[in-house]
Design a binder for this molecule. Structure first.
Ligand SMILES: Nc1ncnc2c1ncn2[C@@H]1O[C@H](COP(=O)(O)OP(=O)(O)OP(=O)(O)O)[C@@H](O)[C@H]1O
Ligand SMILES: [Mg+2]
Length: 598
């Protein structure tokens, strides 16, 4: 075959395939153009999942008459003029590709009335079908631009076949517009399917819009995020750990006001939440990262959905640290909320909780600010939620404060400890409580490098697969820091010669072998995503869990008192390292109501 340069239409259609994958990608590009045009309101209408008709109308700057055909040419943009500008992109668009790409695979009509320049005050219409343009004609509309896109993929049957059902495409459109609406809360948005309004957002602030998009029940469950250092600013909202979801749909990120999909930010966020919410559950959040445009590359994805940071690791570290600090500061004993006829109760209880969300220095968590904290310093920033002595008040209005001291009473069902504090009845899960205690003890010993190990007279022997053998050999030094010593005994066989004292003596050997197997699994996974802090925490979790008193173990008074004493000293006493609750409280207020005393 001879090599030939492709005809223009083929080149355009191939390029269009990258930018325009489905109706939602067209809407994304058009709305982004309206944002760049300085619009303060954007109205979007579609029919049939956008496949036959989409329209985006704005009150932005409009396009000067003479520039309308240029706007539809490939590589024509008003947003950058030199390669240098690529390092300081502040606009959503910069490639001059969106309109020609859409026009190459649809019938696209622009109706625009420019505020300034050629033809200012008048309106014009211009249509392009499959890349072939018509004439500029007079039209009628107020200042701004409307772009209509009809018959998407009429000339690319293969792509059209790949589209999903009308409902799926509709869901994609809704999701896309919602994430754009979150990124610019100063703009009013409406989304309509034919004549039916799907949603309408007036210009407002981030908290109001976030709640309008993700549900009213979020309103008093949000923590404000406001962190800034010379390198990065992180702002937005995240949910308190008491509220979590089974999917990731309510997690939103923006980088310099551009909605992005970012596995990196997601991982950092989840790392922060890891000890607070159960596995496979997700928070809701909207976080905007502001960073110097030169420190982030927005040109790495054909639809500009992803970005790459120059310092990926630094960003990860800062975000996970900020999240951890905020959550630590917000930590509270879980309260049981029983459905009540008196709705005032819930209001009261959330107010009460807010009273508790104060750090040692009375810093309200809702306003948690880590301004100018160095990311490394930030890791050292801790506020104890069980600050004895600081809570003298007994008023019910401040009931959620863990009122000084937990007084244990008795063991229930060989699983729970029943106790009380000044605010009511407490139920403590003995297993998760010990997990938390051991976890924090080990964490401290690990960072001080003082984990004590004990030697076994008759060491357990375990057999391993070849890959696992290598992994253990490579990590002998690391394991030693955790008090675990393993010696090669024969081909594929190892002796566990020492284990951490905290893990206790294990007569059958089963628990110890299980613990080593779990650690091997962690090491295996971490070789794909190396993250030493995360890895060490997980190893500590595993050791802490092995040793912990299980459900079904009896505990006498002395043991109970000892456990409670140690639990009270923990930084995060109310959740185990895996995120399960340790303490549940039924407040005095609530008990009184249950017994009709109020
Ligand atoms: N709604 C609008 N209002 C005003 N001008 C617009 C509008 N839509 C497009 N334009 C003009 O048309 C030009 C081309 O738009 P297009 O979306 O193709 O490219 P871009 O936004 O510059 O870059 P990108 O391909 O990254 O989106 C823009 O640079 C802008 O000047
Ligand atoms: Mg654009």
């Amino acid at each position: 075959m001879t090599i030939k340069v492709m005809p223009k239409e083929v080149i355009e259609r191939i390029a269009a395939g990258e930018v325009v994958q489905r109706p939602a990608s067209v809407i994304k590009e058009l709305v982004e153009n309206s944002i760049d045009a300085g619009a303060t309101r954007i109205d979007i209408t579609f029919t049939d999942g956008g496949i036959n008709y989409m329209e985006v109308s704005d009150n932005g700057s409009g396009i000067p008459k003479g520039e309308i055909p240029v706007a539809l040419k490939r590589h024509a943009t008003s947003k950058i003029t030199s390669a240098d500008d690529l390092n300081k992109i502040r606009t959503m668009g910069f490639r001059g590709e969106a309109l020609p790409s859409v026009a190459a695979v649809s019938r696209l009509t622009v109706i625009t009335s420019p505020q300034n320049g050629d033809g200012a005050g008048d309106a014009y219409r211009y249509t392009v079908k499959g890349g072939t343009s018509g004439d500029i004609e007079p039209a009628a509309r107020g200042e701004g631009t409307t772009v209509k896109v009809e018959e998407l993929f009429f000339n690319v049957p293969a792509r059209k076949k790949f589209l999903k059902t009308v409902n799926t495409e509709k869901r994609h459109i809704i999701k896309t517009v919602k994430s754009l609406a979150l990124s610019r809360t100063d703009i009013a948005f409406s989304l309509n399917e034919e004549r039916n309004n799907i949603f309408k957002y007036t210009a407002s602030n981030l908290k109001e819009r976030f709640v309008a998009i993700n549900g009213k029940k979020l309103w008093d469950k949000l923590i404000k995020v406001d962190f800034e250092n010379p390198f990065l600013k992180v702002s937005g909202y995240m949910t308190k750990p008491e509220l979590f979801y089974s999917n990731k749909n309510k997690i939103n990120f923006m980088v310099n006001d551009r909605p992005v999909y970012s596995p990196l930010i997601f991982h950092a966020l989840m790392q922060g939440y890891r000890s607070y919410i159960p596995p496979n559950k997700y928070p809701s959040s909207v976080l905007n990262l502001e960073i110097k445009p030169a420190a982030v590359d927005v040109n790495v994805h054909p639809a500009k959905k992803e970005v790459r940071f120059v310092n990926q690791q630094g960003i990860h570290k800062i975000i996970s640290t900020v999240m951890k600090n905020i959550l630590q500061n917000t930590s509270a004993v879980l309260e049981i909320e029983v459905p009540e006829k008196n709705t005032n109760f819930n209001l009261k209880s959330s107010k009460a909780r807010r009273g508790f969300f104060k750090g040692r220095k009375g810093r309200p968590a809702e306003l948690t600010s880590f301004r100018n904290i160095d990311p490394v310093e930030a890791t050292k920033f801790t506020i104890s939620s069980f600050d004895e002595g600081s809570s003298k008040s007994r008023r019910i209005g401040e009931a959620a404060r863990p009122a000084g001291r937990i007084i244990p009473r008795f063991q229930l069902l060989k699983k729970y400890i029943v106790g009380e504090d000044l605010n009511g009845l407490l139920l403590i899960d003995q297993h998760t409580a010990w997990e938390r205690i051991n976890f924090e003890k080990l964490q401290k010993q690990y960072s001080d490098d003082t984990i004590n190990s004990q030697r076994d007279m008759f060491p357990e022997v375990m057999e391993l697969e070849p890959g696992e053998t290598e992994l253990l050999k490579e990590n002998t030094g690391l394991l030693k820091r955790f008090g675990i010593e393993i010696e090669n005994f024969g081909p594929g066989t190892f002796k566990i010669v020492a284990t951490p004292v905290i893990a206790g003596r294990d007569k059958g050997g089963k628990e110890t072998i299980g613990m080593i197997e779990e650690i091997i699994d962690l090491l295996d996974k971490s070789s794909v995503v190396p993250d030493s802090r995360d890895l060490s925490d997980k190893i500590i979790e595993t050791i802490a869990c092995r040793k912990s008193i299980k459900a079904g173990d009896s505990m006498d008074e002395k043991e109970i008192n000892n456990m409670i004493k140690q639990l009270m000293r923990c930084r995060i006493p109310h959740r185990c390292p895996h995120g399960r609750p340790v303490i549940v409280r039924i407040s005095e207020d609530e008990l009184d109501k249950r017994f009709d005393r109020k």
